[in-house]
Design a protein around this ligand. Structure first.
Ligand code: FES
Length: 174
């Protein structure tokens, strides 16, 4: 059963209840992102169609606020800490290394859909600065070298998982 609270927050509910009151677009975009995991092109079309706000304007709001994403999140979400303790331990260099190695900027997702890079203000492990999280795993006392090694390790794990899946599906057909 859908609760009233869940229904009130849903994208469809908000969309069809839209009455043009000021400030309604942001919560509408937030609910679209909660629903899809990002804001797909078709959601921008729905929003524009129902609200009468031109797509270009909706797109402008999305790109203005860093909380909104136009791409799905990667399988591995990297949260690089740029809080004070990490900052003084050169977190900028860590973030630059991540951007360089992944070929994306902060808030981007790699083309293979594997990694999304974001920054956070504090992970709560300041004594391990500079720190990052990949999904639920925390990694600290980072250097550019250890970051490169870490990414290689995740890529290796991913390749191994794919190879195993491939072998399993071949086994299914045997
Ligand atoms: S400032 Fe980075 S973990 Fe606290």
């Amino acid at each position: 059963m859908v609760t009233t609270a869940a229904r009130d927050d849903s994208f469809n509910y908000r969309l069809w209840r839209y009455d043009g009151a000021p400030g309604e677009l942001i919560p509408l975009l937030q609910s679209a992102q909660d629903h899809f995991g990002y804001i797909p092109r078709r959601a921008i079309g729905y929003i524009s169609g129902v609200t009468g706000i031109p797509e270009s304007e909706v797109y402008g709001v999305i790109t203005f606020y860093s909380q909104f994403r136009l791409q799905p999140m990667g399988k591995y979400v990297i949260k690089a800490c740029d809080g004070t303790a990490c900052h003084v331990q050169n977190s900028r260099m860590i973030i630059d290394t991540l951007e360089d190695e992944l070929g994306i900027e902060v808030n981007g997702t790699t083309e293979d859909g594997l990694f999304t890079l974001s920054t956070v203000a504090c992970i709560g492990c300041c004594s391990l600065a500079p720190v990052l999280m990949i999904n639920e795993e925390t990694h600290g006392r980072l250097t550019p070298q250890s970051v490169r090694k870490l990414l290689r390790e995740y890529r290796r794990r991913e390749e191994a998982a794919r190879a195993q899946q491939g072998a399993a599906s071949c086994g299914d057909r045997a």
